[in-house]
Design a protein around this ligand. Structure first.
Ligand code: ARG
Ligand code: ZN
Ligand code: CA
Length: 259
């Protein structure tokens, strides 16, 4: 993959109350965050600990609200759907008009981004968002994020009000796994990326460097990575190794986005 890859985005705002029908400005702010984070233009990249600065990657991906709908007609890149559902689960009901949500636009041409009223995982409780990895059904492809975790203004709520939930979910959409390897607190799970240190479990809040687990001294867990679970203010980098996985995705299962 050479140069910058442009990903057209359609944001489907699915709302039960007027407050959940977030404004165009809140959505534009979210797109701005993605464009900073995926071009390494985020100002907080300067906080990456010195040991990892050489690993920080410009992922060369640009996100643009779609200007043409699937019929070729002009669009704002935002759909708005009023629903009777006030809390969605993980069953993808939000992705179908017939089940109180909004149908996807063709997943080979658009990144579908559903904004939910509320999201509940039956095992975890309330969650920020989730994404579908490459290779799944087109009708459910994309990201779902609850409105308080979208963008930086309007209904965005601290400590997840810097737009990093979308940065993280787009990482999954491009085939990145969590950096601790999704094995609970164990040291055997892997994200299949060589330059993210093997880490025990997820980190939360805004940890202090270094946090050593899994014999990863002296630098410890790379908790400043977008694919950890810290607060939005605590995550500010992808690595070169993660970029290689994203490149493989854009040259493989998501190659329809390459010009
Ligand atoms: N729980 C979500 C997931 O695993 C997202 C977590 C995003 N973290 C954040 N600081 N915004 O996909
Ligand atoms: Zn995740
Ligand atoms: Ca682990």
């Amino acid at each position: 993959r050479v140069g910058v890859t442009v990903i057209p985005v359609v944001v489907h705002v699915v709302h039960h109350t007027a407050e959940q029908d977030i404004g165009d400005d809140q959505i534009a702010g979210q797109i701005d965050v993605l464009n900073q984070d995926y071009r390494m233009l985020n100002p907080d990249v300067s906080k990456v600990p010195a040991a990892w600065q050489p690993l920080a990657a410009d992922c060369r991906i640009e996100f643009r609200l779609a200007s043409q709908d699937p019929d070729g007609l002009p669009t704002s890149g935002i759909t708005r759907t009023r629903t009777e559902t006030d809390t969605f689960g993980m069953d993808d009901a939000i992705k179908f008009t017939a089940s109180g949500g909004q149908d996807a636009w063709p997943a080979d041409q658009y990144l579908n981004f559903w904004v939910a009223p509320r999201l509940q995982d039956p095992t975890v409780g309330e969650i920020l968002g989730y994404a579908q990895f490459p290779g799944g059904p087109a009708a459910t492809d994309g990201l779902v994020i609850a409105h308080p975790f979208v963008g930086t203004t309007g209904t965005a709520r601290a400590p997840f009000d810097l737009g990093r939930t979308a940065t993280h979910e787009v990482g999954h959409w491009l085939n990145l796994f969590h950096i601790w390897g999704d094995d609970g607190q164990g040291c055997s799970g892997s994200d299949f990326v060589a330059d993210t240190p093997n880490a025990g479990g997820p980190n939360f809040g805004t940890p202090t460097f270094p946090h050593v687990t899994c014999n990863n001294a002296p630098d410890g867990d790379m908790f400043v990575n977008y694919m950890d679970y810290t607060d939005d203010a605590g995550m500010f980098m992808f690595t070169q190794g993660q970029l290689a996985r994203m490149d493989a995705t854009l040259e493989g299962p998501r190659s329809s986005f390459l010009k």
